[in-house]
Design a protein around this ligand. Structure first.
Ligand SMILES: NC(=O)c1ccc[n+]([C@@H]2O[C@H](COP(=O)([O-])OP(=O)(O)OC[C@H]3O[C@@H](n4cnc5c(N)ncnc54)[C@H](OP(=O)(O)O)[C@@H]3O)[C@@H](O)[C@H]2O)c1
Length: 243
């Protein structure tokens, strides 16, 4: 199977939380987060696509809208749907059952417009796939009941030519790819903030049945102080070790 180079890139508080915190130091780090990944002039990752979990997309793009499906749509052709094989940037939406209420086929973030690729399992309905086709949103099917993360990456490489991708989060998606040993690099921007929220999502979150709690370790590549007391840490992910 083919696989792009995979970088998890996340902005965290000092206590490893990934929610927004209303402080100027957080905003400054958030701008840096965007610049490193998705600004035409300042980016350093050279990615062709970025992956986000269903909750992250609902929070930032689709706002928990119900998808506008036609339950009596004609059956769509079997398999994947490639609406644009040559986009300069892709937004890869991990949405196993087809819940996101898309209204357009692009996402604007940083200074880049990205074509949406929806990643589904066979559990997504015909009506949902019909909606994506009407919106000219690409989709790939990777798994029967559960997502096959390696197959997702293979399809991104072979159908869309992606050689380097970023996993933008959240914590459930981050841990899912990490636990499957599919991540080459972890890029962490740590902002000098916290609000001590006990319930905010964390950098890595195990979620049954996708993933389990498991100890993992990392090796430092580089540590760099940035503006406004933010620190940028880059790690290699160590392979799973037995005790
Ligand atoms: N600070 C940052 O850099 C950063 C970056 C991104 C997001 N965030 C924040 O993180 C929060 C969301 O994080 P989160 O961890 O709660 O959710 P998430 O990772 O965005 O999404 C989790 C959902 O994605 C789907 N999913 C992910 N991995 C899957 C897998 N392997 N197999 C099947 N489905 C999978 C499932 O959708 P279903 O529930 O539909 O099954 C799962 O519930 C948001 O508040 C967002 O703003 C912060």
């Amino acid at each position: 199977m083919q696989k792009p180079y995979v970088i998890i890139h996340t902005l965290t508080s000092l206590d490893g939380r990934i929610h927004s915190i209303e402080l100027p130091q957080f905003d400054s780090a958030a701008l840096l987060y965007e610049q490193l990944a998705l600004h035409t002039d300042q980016q350093v990752f050279n990615i062709q696509g970025y992956l986000n979990g269903r909750v992250t997309t609902d929070d930032n793009n689709t706002f928990y809208r119900k998808p506008d499906v036609n339950e009596s749509a004609d059956p769509v052709p079997e398999g994947d749907f490639v609406a644009d094989a040559h986009a300069p940037m892709y937004y890869v939406s991990i949405d196993p059952t087809g819940r996101l209420g898309w209204q357009e086929n692009f996402v604007d973030y940083g200074t880049r417009r990205a074509h949406v690729v929806s990643v589904l399992t066979e559990r997504a309905s015909n009506a949902y796939k019909d909606l994506l086709r009407r919106l000219n949103i690409s989709y790939v099917i990777a798994g029967q009941d559960r997502l096959d993360n390696a197959l997702v990456l293979h399809k991104l490489a072979t159908l869309f030519g992606m050689q380097r991708v970023m996993i933008g989060g959240g914590g459930v998606l981050n841990w899912s790819y990490l636990q499957d040993d599919l991540v080459d690099e972890l890029s962490l921007l740590i902002a000098p903030v916290t609000d001590a929220s006990p319930d905010a999502p964390g950098l890595f979150t195990a979620k049954e049945p996708y993933t389990q709690v498991q100890p993992r370790s990392f090796s430092l590549i580089e540590a760099k102080p940035m503006n406004d007391s933010t620190v940028w840490l880059r790690y290699k992910v160590n392979k799973e070790q037995s005790a």
